[in-house]
Every structure is written in structure tokens, then in C-alpha cells.
Ligand binder design. Structure first.
Ligand SMILES: Nc1nc2c(ncn2[C@@H]2O[C@H](COP(=O)(O)OP(=O)(O)OP(=O)(O)O)[C@@H](O)[C@H]2O)c(=O)[nH]1
Ligand SMILES: [Mg+2]
Length: 328
């Protein structure tokens, strides 16, 4: 079966040949992995990518233990989302208010020195949120850049309590650009950095919308950046804007939820399997248990796009909300 790889894959492959450090190679391979569609024709490519990534991660983690700093945070939940921004905008407060994590929050800037990780609930799934140390015009922790490169989505947090709100955007933009990370905003309009190795999906989070000056500053922010960024107002104190943001995140991550049941048993609606859009029956089996995948015979399926209880095979593509019953 032909692999039919997308142009993005070949672009990355080309960059990989020119890459000079293992760090760059690892990031490019991970991007290639994301760019590779999952079907039978790409199986060899995917196995090869996985092996090369595993090898590089091993050497990277050996180096890391020497340096004493780890930059790779294993992904958990339905997607990894990194919060970045200048001091005091409310990154840690967002984590403290909306997740199970308990980071230090304070009106003094530069409170955060290490990444804080928390899980943000959305309906029956969770997103992984990572809070990072603040970025200044002169400094960004190199490992924060690594987290950005590896994230599924980046939230650039700014504060509507501050008159410097436009500078808060510019400072982060220029730090990313120095690191050759292109920003994928609205209409890809920030995607024109000639030297960028990566482009990363970045949203503007206009936090502290509960501030009395919030609505006016939001208007100014929109005037300047509406063409470039998706802008989401939020308050980490009153939770205004949270629900809408969670829904947008779910859509952005290009994922779907399917459910499994045992024969003649009911479905557990609280325990979905999360897969990338395009995920197949066998992908669901793999994420359930390797035995299900190895001994798979067929599955029955229920869902809007199927006849009730219809038989499906390993390569059938799933839809959001489908219910599967594996037969092994
Ligand atoms: N009213 C209001 N206050 C907020 C909001 N978000 C954060 N704050 C306050 O703003 C201050 C700074 O918040 P932090 O979360 O510590 O800021 P940070 O971005 O993590 O900044 P660093 O100290 O550099 O790590 C704290 O006093 C928070 O309680 C918000 O949405 N509304
Ligand atoms: Mg903080």
C-alpha cells in the first residue's frame, strides 16, 4: 500500500537532514510523527519514526540527568497545553483555580521557577496544563522553549489588569521568533518567519477580564491582534470565559472520544478512549490493551454513522461518540 505522505512530512524530512543537534533532530522527528497519517500504508514509516525517537529520547534523558534539568514532560490526558507569558499575568493562578495543582501564586512577579503540571477537566476527559516561569525581554528558560515545541497547544497569557498588555504580547512573540519558533495564529498570518523550523499553534489568553479596566483593554488588544491571534478573554478568579475556552481547546486538538462495552453490558460514559481524528478500530483496541489488539477478530459498533451493532474491521475509521464491543 502506498504511504501517501503529506508535503509537510517531506519538508520536515528535508530539515532533518540539515539538523545539527540531537535536540533539533528529536523535535523534527516528533513533528514528522504528528504529520504522518495513521493507516496501513504508513505503518513502516511510523515504526521507523518511533524507534528513532525512542533512541534520541534515551540519549537526551542521559544528558539531562547530567545537567540536572528535565525538559520533557510526558503527555497525559487528551492533550498537552503550555501556558507562557510575562510576569504576573496569572499563569499560576489559572492552574491553581482550574486544576488539581497547587502552584505558588503571588502578586510579586517571578514567583514560578519550575514547571507546574495540572489536569484540567472537560466533560469526561482531561487536558494537561503546564505553568512555566515568566518570560522577560532578556530571558526565557531554554527548557520552556522545549515545552513550547512539544506542546499540542500554547496559550500566551496576558493581563487585562495591565496597561502593558500589548508589550506582553510582543515580548513573548520576539522570544519565540529568536528561537525560530513560528507562531501559527489566525489565518496562519504569523507563519511567515522564513527561518522558523517549527510553527506552533498559539492562542492569546486575555486573563483578568474581571479587572475594571478589562473590557477597554480587551478592545485595544483585539484592535491590534484580532487578525493575528485567536483571542480568548478569561478570568482565573471568576472563571468567566473558561467553559468556552475548554470547548475551543477540545476542537483544536483534533481528537474524538469513543467508548467500549463488554457484550450485553452497558457502556461506561465516564471512561472514553481519546483518539486523533481519523483513528481506527484497531487504534482504539491498542489504547485499550495490547491483548485486544493482538487477538482482535472483529468489533461491533453503535453510533450515528453505523447500523446498530454493525460488524467492523480493524481499519474502519471511528467517529466521535461511537461505542465499540471488541471480539477477540
Ligand atoms: N482579579 C484577578 N486577579 C488575578 C487573575 N489571575 C491572576 N490574578 C492575580 O495576579 C497575581 C499574579 O498571578 P500569578 O498567577 O502568580 O502570575 P504568574 O503569571 O504566574 O507570574 P509569575 O509570578 O512571574 O510566575 C496574583 O495575585 C493572582 O491572584 C484574574 O483573572 N483576576
Ligand atoms: Mg507563576
Amino acid at each position: 500500500m502506498p504511504a501517501n505522505l503529506p508535503p509537510q512530512y517531506y519538508k520536515l524530512k528535508h530539515q532533518l537532514e540539515a539538523a545539527k543537534t540531537d535536540e533539533e533532530r528529536l523535535q523534527l522527528l516528533e513533528e514528522m510523527q504528528r504529520a504522518t497519517p495513521k493507516h496501513k500504508g504508513t505503518e513502516k514509516v511510523r515504526v521507523d519514526l518511533r524507534a528513532r525517537i525512542a533512541k534520541l529520547r534515551k540519549t537526551a534523558s542521559k544528558k539531562q540527568t547530567k545537567k540536572g534539568h528535565s525538559y520533557h514532560i510526558p503527555k497525559q490526558g487528551a492533550g498537552q497545553i503550555v501556558l507562557i507569558g510575562t510576569p504576573n499575568v496569572g499563569k499560576s493562578q489559572i492552574l491553581a483555580s482550574f486544576t488539581n495543582a497547587n502552584p505558588d501564586v503571588s502578586p510579586t512577579p517571578y514567583t514560578t521557577h519550575e514547571p507546574n503540571i495540572g489536569m484540567l477537566k472537560y466533560e469526561n476527559i482531561q487536558f494537561q496544563l503546564i505553568d512555566t516561569p515568566s518570560i522577560t525581554p532578556d530571558f526565557i528558560q531554554p527548557w520552556v522553549l522545549d515545552l513550547v515545541r512539544n506542546a499540542d497547544l500554547v496559550l500566551l497569557v496576558v493581563s487585562l489588569a495591565s496597561d502593558e498588555v500589548l508589550d506582553e504580547v510582543e515580548i513573548v512573540k520576539s522570544k519565540l521568533s529568536e528561537a525560530k519558533i513560528g507562531i501559527q495564529g489566525r489565518n496562519n498570518s504569523e507563519n511567515s518567519h522564513g527561518s522558523a523550523i517549527f510553527t506552533k499553534r498559539v492562542w492569546l489568553i486575555a486573563n483578568q477580564v474581571d479587572n475594571p479596566g478589562g473590557p477597554d483593554r480587551l478592545e485595544i488588544l483585539r484592535e491590534f491582534y484580532d487578525d493575528t491571534f485567536e483571542i480568548y478573554p478569561l478570568s482565573a478568579i471568576t472563571s468567566e470565559g473558561l467553559e468556552s475556552l475548554q470547548g475551543k481547546i477540545y476542537k483544536q486538538l483534533n481528537i474524538l472520544r469513543v467508548y467500549t462495552k463488554a457484550p450485553s453490558k452497558p457502556v461506561d460514559p465516564d471512561d472514553p478512549i481519546v483518539l486523533p481524528i481519523g483513528g481506527t478500530v484497531i487504534d482504539a483496541a491498542i489504547s485499550l490493551h495490547k491483548d485486544f489488539a493482538e487477538n482482535f477478530k472483529f468489533a461491533r459498533i453503535w453510533g450515528e454513522k453505523w447500523h446498530n451493532g454493525q460488524t467492523v474491521g480493524r481499519d474502519d475509521v471511528l467517529h466521535d461518540g461511537d461505542v465499540l464491543e471488541f471480539h477477540v
